[in-house]
Design a protein around this ligand. Structure first.
Ligand code: WT7
Length: 649
């Protein structure tokens, strides 16, 4: 990324909405005025308009016990009913909910009526396996329709899903099963990735191989047709079981604050946090943002979000938001470049995708391959583009606009987090004049501020820390099993304002530029990774005495994992430096998952530490990014940096 912060702040290009788009736009400028005149009234209106309530709510927000918010708490709803039955009852049962595309080219289009029927059966199946409201179900699936069906079936019976990204290791899966105390795991034999079947079941078997869990059954979807090991009594084939249960199922209402899901995300310490979301407020904001930010016209649009259901983007913008709004969408199983580098553009052409939502890291890797690849496909159906996961550099923004959006489709750069549950900062298409590289303005009903360390507002042209200064409907309700960590991580710094962990600047217009994490969290390809978690994986290896991990700027992935390790005295002759690096890179992938595999592992004799023993990652980052080394005066031994550099050269 060649732009410095100063350049960013002087970005002068503006792309005002065109009048045709504005005339048809879903979002109306009045939303801002309505929300600022009566914020809670605004959210109550959205909740009534976008969500079906089995029992209407009378209270909008209870914030008497911060940071524990309750939204619409005397209302009752069923989240799955909102995503399914009500569309069928409204006469839209024949509308396609999912155009599912398998990586090898097999495909399946599923209407709302069909999806509703499948979820009803799956709900009965879960009940027959003893799953009750409040129980936790771990879902470890590839991007196949059953992932959506499983999530909705769990929600339908009031159980709580914990989706674990299929790229995570057995170890990561096990720690999530344990932390949430899951009773059931739903998985598949395998799924297609990069031109071959990548097995999933072995990781589940390994995760459950030792020690006690409360997992009674493993439901296995047949997708890859690859051979699997079978534990009689525990393992069940999804297709066999689903054929035996009742087709009918009536959705029962649950409290608005009934838990909907837990999703684990990395924090500053080694242990991932189980972010808890509940029902009514989450669904309201997911639906509101999906409709207004993406300008959804459900009768005509074909929407495609490329995120995996294992991440929050998949939860809010592949499952709950679009399905609550009755959207027709594409779901794709595989990787962008399989079986050929134009695969995504081929899918857009095939389904005439009109709204496309992806991550900057994907855009940058397509940029590298050249514009002739997308230009080989008809992308003229696209009329709106979204970006999420990390700051989008202006070059990538312009390429996205010109090459993918035909110079006309507005781009919405959406800032949010696992914790916020739904989009918080974004342009609204048809209203906002867009600006390459800036996430721009808080959505109506969302209160954002940029503060200095002591909690004062920063002025235009200045940087600070991003906070959300008022509670919002889809906010996390806590960290599963750890209220104290919830309080400490997000609320201790600025009282009852939510501290997001991101640095931000306000430009001359007061619009927001995200500058990345201010804590020890890295953002690799839009995925959150903790330095501490990777360090503890590294020191768990018998070769390693000490390890320090930094996120170094990377042209494609935003940041990349770079590790510095000290090898144990006794192991120094065990292998060459190159072999050690290869062994440790593989070890991290095995312990956490391939996304955490370090780009580089440097073997060093020392690590730069302060007198109190804290590793100065900032200096290691200078090395990893090939910069001149910064201020070393607080090091216990200032010569360490020279020693490290000499060793590496
Ligand atoms: C972190 C949240 C929520 C979507 C997927 C990531 C970074 C997210 C943007 C954006 C700049 C962004 C932030 C945030 N981030 N979107 N549009 N511009 N930065 O969810 O794994 O919870 O990570 O991703 O640093 O804190 P997540």
């Amino acid at each position: 990324m060649s732009n410095t912060i100063d350049n960013l702040l002087h970005e002068t290009r503006r792309f005002p909405p065109n009048s045709e788009f504005t005339a048809q736009a879903i979002a109306k400028p009045e939303l801002y005025a309505e929300a600022s005149a009566n914020r809670l009234g605004f959210w109550a209106d959205q909740a009534r308009e976008l969500v079906h309530w089995h029992k209407p709510f009378t209270r909008t927000l209870d914030w008497t016990n911060p940071p524990f918010a309750k939204w619409f708490d005397d209302g009752e709803l069923n989240v799955a009913y909102n995503c399914l039955d009500r569309h069928v009852l409204a006469g839209n049962g024949n509308r396609v909910a999912l155009h599912w595309e398998g990586e090898p080219g097999d495909s399946r289009s599923i209407t709302y009526a069909e999806l509703t029927a499948e979820v009803k059966r799956a709900a009965n199946l879960l009940t027959s396996l003893g799953i009750r409201a409040g129980d936790r179900v771990a879902i470890y699936l590839p991007m196949i329709p059953e992932a959506v069906i499983a999530m909705l079936a769990v929600a339908r019976i009031g159980a709580v899903h914990s989706v674990v990204f299929g790229g995570f290791s057995a170890e990561s899966l096990r720690s999530r099963i344990d932390d949430a105390d899951a009773k059931l795991v739903i998985t598949a034999d395998g799924g297609w990735r990069k031109g071959k079947v990548s097995p999933l079941k072995p990781a589940v078997d390994a995760a459950l191989a030792t020690g006690e869990t409360n997992v009674g059954h493993v439901l296995v979807v047949k997708r890859g047709d690859n051979p699997v090991e079978w534990t009689e009594g525990r393992d069940l084939w999804w297709h066999e079981e689903i054929a035996q249960v009742d087709a009918d199922h009536t959705a029962k209402a649950f409290d608005a604050e009934h838990p909907l899901f837990i999703l684990y995300t990395s924090g500053t310490t080694g242990k991932p946090k189980g972010i808890l979301h509940t029902s009514g407020g989450y669904l309201t904001q997911a639906a509101f943002t999906h409709k207004n930010v993406f300008d959804l016209h459900p009768e005509t649009d074909v929407y495609w979000c490329t995120a995996d259901v294992g991440w929050i983007t998949g939860h809010s913008y592949l499952v709950y938001g679009p399905l609550a709004n009755g959207a027709t969408q594409v779901m794709y199983e595989g990787t962008p470049d399989a079986p050929h580098p134009g695969r995504w553009w081929e899918i857009i052409e095939k389904y005439k995708v009109s709204i496309f939502y992806t991550a900057p890291t994907a855009i940058r890797s397509f940029m590298k391959l050249g514009r002739q690849i997308p230009q080989g496909f008809d992308l003229s159906s696209l009329r709106l583009l979204g970006s999420v996961g990390e700051p989008i550099n202006p070059e990538a923004w312009m390429w996205y606009r010109e090459v993918i959006g035909g110079n006309t489709a507005p781009i919405v750069d959406t800032w949010w987090q696992t914790e916020t549950g739904a989009i918080m900062i974004s342009a609204l298409p048809g209203i906002t004049a867009t600006k390459p590289g800036s996430a721009q303005v808080p959505l109506p009903g969302i209160s954002i501020d940029v503060l200095d360390e002591s909690g004062g507002h920063v002025g235009h042209g200045n940087g600070g820390l991003l906070v959300v200064s008022e509670p919002w409907p889809s906010m996390l309700r806590g960290i599963w099993g750890d209220p104290q960590r919830f309080q400490e991580t997000y609320w201790d710094k600025f009282g009852d304002k939510y501290f997001a962990g991101d640095g931000a600047r306000l430009d001359e217009d007061g619009e927001i530029w995200l500058l990345g994490r201010v804590d020890d969290v890295m953002n690799v390809s839009g995925h959150r990774l903790s330095t501490a978690e990777i360090e503890s994986a590294l020191v768990a290896h018998p070769l390693t005495a000490e390890a320090a991990v930094v996120g170094a700027a990377d042209e494609t992935t935003g940041q990349a994992v770079v590790a510095f390790v000290i090898i144990k005295e006794s192991q120094r002759d065990a292998a060459s430096r190159d072999d050690i690096a290869a062994i440790l890179r593989a070890h991290v992938a095995e312990q956490i998952g391939a996304i955490a595999r370090p780009r580089q592992v440097f073997v060093v004799n020392e690590l730069p530490k302060t007198r109190s023993g804290k590793i100065m990652r900032r200096l290691l980052q200078d090395i990893a990014e090939g910069r001149e080394i910064g201020d070393t005066t607080t090091l216990a031994d200032a010569s360490v940096m020279q020693i490290i550099q000499d060793k590496l050269n």
